[in-house]
Design a protein around this ligand. Structure first.
Ligand SMILES: [Zn+2]
Ligand SMILES: [Zn+2]
Ligand SMILES: [Zn+2]
Length: 137
């Protein structure tokens, strides 16, 4: 895959381009995220539109992954979905501001980060059942 020049330089100098000083302090969390071809906003080789900026902590191993397909590629075990009783756990990382959201906060966010208002991908709602116990059934 060829990257546009801007994306390439962003990857090389991600820390310098951080919009706020406090994101530097939180940046170490981003380094714990696993994924294929991960960029500074937690986008991966599978999902890399400007809106695909969240990472999800997996119930099975407690590690952040960029997406389910990255977990399949890199982990040695099947995904476990979060049960509804644990939707108050912090399991979503906003790739824009690096803050952690609870699953409830994410599900109620209307596709925007409640902390920094960065837009999330509304199409992710089609994939929620890969990560979270089905809601409303
Ligand atoms: Zn896992
Ligand atoms: Zn991925
Ligand atoms: Zn945010």
């Amino acid at each position: 895959m060829r990257l546009p020049f801007a994306a390439f330089t962003h990857r090389q100098h991600s820390v310098k381009l951080s919009p706020a000083h406090m994101t530097d302090q939180l940046a170490h969390q981003a380094n714990d995220i696993r994924g294929l071809d991960l960029d500074p906003r937690t986008r991966c080789v599978h999902y890399h539109s400007p809106l695909d900026i969240i990472a999800i902590k997996m119930k099975c191993c407690g590690r952040y992954y960029a997406c389910r397909d990255c977990h399949i590629a890199l982990a040695d075990h099947p995904i476990a979905v979060w049960p509804r009783a644990e939707f108050d756990r912090h399991a979503i990382l906003c790739g824009a501001c690096k803050r952690e959201l609870t699953i409830n906060q994410y599900l109620q966010s209307a596709s925007r980060c409640p902390a920094c208002t960065a837009p999330f991908n509304p199409a992710c709602a089609n994939h929620h059942h890969f990560y979270f116990e089905a809601v409303g059934k």
